[in-house]
Write a protein that binds this ligand. Structure first.
Ligand code: KE4
Length: 429
């Protein structure tokens, strides 16, 4: 593949944008090489400015469950744009999207929209602190909840890639209120409550972790979190920014029997436009300004164009009841194909699937938490990623991310990807 134009574009970008990107993981630092600059998307494909075509398993890190340029979402956006881009005033489209989410998530009586997952989580944490009158929060090593200060502690996703899980610029005075526990290890959470029981406002978790690679929480572990939060008067927050509408039509809550007190959402609910949301029980949500004392605001929150994209996305998902089973079957065939190909060349590979989400670790041990994930062979991951990219397969550019299947992918694409993986595993064995 030729990448001359992307190489030039990357240099030009680096002159005026830090690292040449607007989000660190896009810089390909952990896999090497120049990130392709994208010209356009087309269904399941990305086309870069050098004309290279890739089957896209990233889909903008999750939002594009129908692939690129979905005609229904496009029509909704164009229709909305023609009425104006933004009003800074209420529109009925916000109410319509809120009703769709409330109808799907029994844990959500009311929901507020913001413009990113980070904003959704930051606001949910403030609401939990305001509702309980407590300051401390519990998060899990390897879980990523966006880049707000309190949560950039042992975070996953790009923060891991850069080896600075606790970023400079975050005051220790702030992170002293962030207690760390180990994923799938209830004893580590019991210890947090033993040390700080009456000061813990909430426990926040990705119920299906997608930012240390794909690592689902065990059902008994989630049940234990529920019991601990109830026993100590803390709120349980499910961060479903990624898993919401990706693991199932009801996110992880469509798979686990555990009900959280607050939920954060994003990605798919914007259909590719900037949308985040947080929701929960009415008694908690009513504490939010303007009815309640907990302040939270945003100029472009509930932007009508973004709402229209999200509404079209969710309404389409509701009309396709068999979609998640089909996507899960494709995801399973893909990673089982990867595993068989890797093992043929003596390369140990752990694989995982939840709905349309898939992950694989270059690791000879099952991955149950962040320490397990960190023991993966990231060099071999990088070599695999480079080989697949050069073969026209666009995978998440870090071992600590998750891949996605979209409805625009057919069985031939999955077979093509497996065939190409076989060749790359042979090269890197
Ligand atoms: P954003 O602020 O990036 O919209 O959402 C933050 C966030 C919150 N919670 C979870 C569970 C998330 O996965 C994310 C963001 N996910 C990453 C991908 N691992 C976004 C990609 C990026 O940082 O560029």
């Amino acid at each position: 593949m030729i990448h001359d134009k992307s190489i030039a574009a990357y240099e030009a970008a680096r002159a005026v944008i830090p690292g040449g990107v607007d989000s660190p993981v896009r810089a390909f630092k952990s896999v090497g090489g120049t990130p392709p600059f994208i010209e356009r998307g087309e269904g399941a494909y990305l086309i870069d400015i050098d004309g290279n075509r890739y089957i896209d398993y990233v889909q903008s890190w999750g939002p594009l469950i129908f692939g690129h340029c979905d005609t229904d979402i496009e029509a909704a956006v164009i229709g909305s744009v023609r009425k104006g881009l933004s009003f800074g005033a209420p529109t009925e489209t916000e109410t319509e999207l809120a009703k769709e989410i409330v109808a799907l998530f029994e844990s959500i009586d009311k929901v507020r929209f913001v413009s990113s997952g980070t904003e959704a989580v930051m606001s949910a944490i403030r609401l939990a602190r305001g509702f309980t009158g407590r300051d401390d929060i519990v998060k899990f090593e390897g879980c990523y909840h966006g880049h707000s200060d309190s949560l950039l502690v042992q975070a996953g996703s790009g923060a891991v890639t850069f080896g600075t899980p606790s970023s400079p610029g975050v005051p220790a005075d702030l992170t002293k209120h962030t207690l760390l526990a180990k994923y799938n290890d209830l004893g580590s959470v019991e210890k947090c409550f033993a040390d700080a029981s009456d000061s813990i406002a909430c426990v926040i978790i990705e119920p299906i972790a997608g930012n240390m690679g794909l690592v689902p929480a065990e059902e008994a572990f989630l049940e234990g979190l529920r019991q601990l939060c109830d026993a100590h008067g803390a709120l349980l927050i499910f961060d479903e920014v990624m898993s919401g509408f990706r693991a199932s039509l009801r996110g992880a809550q469509g798979i686990t029997s555990v009900t959280p007190d607050l939920v954060t959402l994003g990605k798919v609910i914007g259909g590719g436009m900037p949308v985040g949301a947080f929701g929960g029980r009415e008694e908690i949500m009513n504490r939010l300004s303007p009815d309640g004392p907990v302040y939270q605001a945003g100029t472009l929150s509930g932007n009508p164009v973004a709402m229209s994209a999200g509404l079209a996305s969710l309404r389409k998902l509701k009309e396709m009841p068999s979609l998640y089973r089909e996507l899960e079957q494709k995801a399973t065939r893909l990673v089982e194909g990867f595993r068989a190909a890797a093992e043929h060349f003596g390369i140990p590979l752990q694989v995982e699937v939840r709905g349309s989400m898939f992950g694989f670790f270059f690791n000879d041990k099952e991955v149950k938490n962040f320490d397990d994930a960190l023991a993966s062979d990231t060099e071999r991951f990088a070599a695999f990623h480079r080989g697949m990219l050069e073969s026209g397969i666009y995978l998440a550019c870090s071992q600590f991310e998750t891949g996605f299947i979209c409805s625009a992918m057919d069985d031939a694409m999955i077979s093509e990807t497996i065939d190409k993986a076989f060749k790359v595993f042979k090269e890197i064995a």
